[in-house]
Ligand binder design. Structure first.
Ligand SMILES: [Zn+2]
Length: 460
């Protein structure tokens, strides 16, 4: 299903191959639409190519990850398949707490994990990664997995690595590092924003990595910190990696549609002949605009800060800028390629950088706590480069970024202007792209239908 080296979405044959590899996703030969456990607003499905006859089967998702994996070397069809649970590592989690959550109470396991050399990768618990445990019917541990490297790309293929701990049959344990080429599935997810983007993506079971990719891909079109509204909807087609039928990490977004305040933005991944790829809208225009909509990266933190306490959250102010409340030290990025025109102190603005861009555009970043190392007047910066850190220097009531977007030295609200657009595909490439985009567009429409049907089904 990896569409590397081709310009097309997965073919029917590729999907079939994945289906053979992974029966769980395609039970009884039907496409499985798993309604997210947490609500009906979000459905999760596996894409089927639009040209094939389609039968849909709707199924409530269980509390535990589905599909259930099989232990290495065991037959999936045996009735003694273990019961697998999974937990996500949160910041500050301890191994003991994680085992508790997985309901693993194996005697001697914790000391083994903390002292055995072979298990040393578990010493470092990365937030966001997962731990999985398989227990037999009596609650005994069959295996414990720490998915510390969900899907690293090596030589162009995705490889998942994990630590696996199994009982040695004599009251002790064995730990070993395992790895496997990840199977790639294509998934479709959709959601509707009620209070926050992460709220919606969490409900839809969309991995954080995909949510962040989505924000990144559309960062020239949408200011994800300031523009999102209740009722915004999105549909994403993306790859996930799995091994032994268990999802192990997120791959790439292949296509997405985001309806923000009544305006649809779409992006389709397209790979050029030279192997490099980027995202284009349905008309073949690059979505990578000349300017990012804001200078702070969208994250779980940025999606919530300012809402509760801080009065200044992404507001266009009377003093001609946009104020983004953010913790001191939050990285600030250049919103476009440019040259440092000013770097230093400016009265009320405190530590300030002004970048000069193409044409008559410039941007200003004020109240910084410090600048990026080595940045000087006259230095060239690229879009997205780190230039400094949020602070409260100058006249600031709290840490925030004061951002100004200027045209001919006059500040304007960047939301109110059409920013210069980037390149578009042409000729042969545009023709190829249009075929790809048409298929994704169909799939996205299919998901929209499914969403409606799924919701009505669930409410019966
Ligand atoms: Zn301000």
């Amino acid at each position: 299903m990896q569409n590397k080296g081709t310009h097309n979405p997965p073919s029917y044959r590729e999907i079939l191959r994945a289906r053979q590899k992974n029966r769980h996703f395609f039970r009884n030969g039907v496409v499985l639409v798993a309604l997210a456990l947490f609500g009906t607003a979000a459905a999760l499905a596996v894409v089927k190519p639009p040209e094939a006859p389609v039968t849909y089967h709707t199924e409530q998702r269980l509390a535990l990850p589905d599909p259930f994996p099989t232990p290495l070397g065991h037959d999936a069809s045996t009735s003694a398949a273990p019961f697998v649970s999974e937990t996500r590592i949160e910041r500050g989690d301890t191994l003991a707490a994680l085992l508790q959550r997985l309901d693993v109470h194996e005697k001697g396991l914790l000391p083994f994990l903390t002292h055995n050399e072979d298990a040393r990768s578990i010493y470092k618990l990365y937030p966001g990664r997962t731990l999985q445990a398989a227990l037999d019917i009596e609650g005994n541990l069959v295996w414990l997995r720490y998915n510390h490297t969900p899907s690293a790309v090596e030589n162009g293929t995705s490889v998942a690595k994990w630590l696996e701990v199994t009982p040695d049959g004599e009251g002790g344990f064995v730990a070993q590092e395992l790895s496997k080429m990840a199977d790639v599935q294509v998934r479709v997810a959709e959601g509707r924003i009620e209070s926050s983007l992460f709220g919606a993506t969490d409900r839809a079971g969309i991995p954080d990595a995909i949510t962040l990719q989505m924000a990144d891909i559309l960062s020239s079109r949408i200011d994800f910190i300031r523009d999102l509204r209740k009722g915004d909807t999105f549909r994403i087609i993306y790859e996930t990696h799995s091994h032994d039928g268990v999802e192990s990490g997120a791959g790439r977004i292949l296509a997405l549609e985001f309806n923000n305040r009544g305006k649809a933005h779409e992006a389709v991944w397209f790979e050029h002949e030279d192997g490099r790829g980027s995202y284009y809208d349905f008309d073949g225009r690059s979505v990578r605009g000349a300017f990012l909509r804001n200078a702070l990266k969208f994250s779980r933190i940025s999606s919530t800060f300012g809402k509760r306490k801080h009065p200044i959250h992404g507001r266009w102010t009377s003093h001609n800028g946009v104020d983004y409340a953010a913790p001191t030290g939050t990285p600030i990025h250049a919103t476009a390629d440019g040259v440092v025109e000013f770097i230093g102190n400016q009265r009320g603005y405190g530590k300030t950088i002004i970048l000069r861009h193409q044409g008559k555009y410039s941007t200003l970043y004020a109240h910084q706590s410090r600048f990026a190392k080595g940045l000087r007047k006259g230095a060239r910066v690229n879009q997205g480069d780190l230039i400094g850190y949020v602070g409260a220097t100058g006249w600031a009531t709290g840490p925030h970024l004061h951002y100004e977007f200027r045209i001919a030295n006059k500040p304007v609200d960047p939301l109110s202007v059409d920013l210069p657009v980037a390149s578009a595909l042409e000729g042969n490439e545009l023709d190829q792209f249009k075929q790809v985009a048409a298929q994704y567009r169909d799939q996205i429409q299919l998901v929209a239908q499914l969403q409606e049907e799924g919701m009505s089904l669930a409410s019966e």
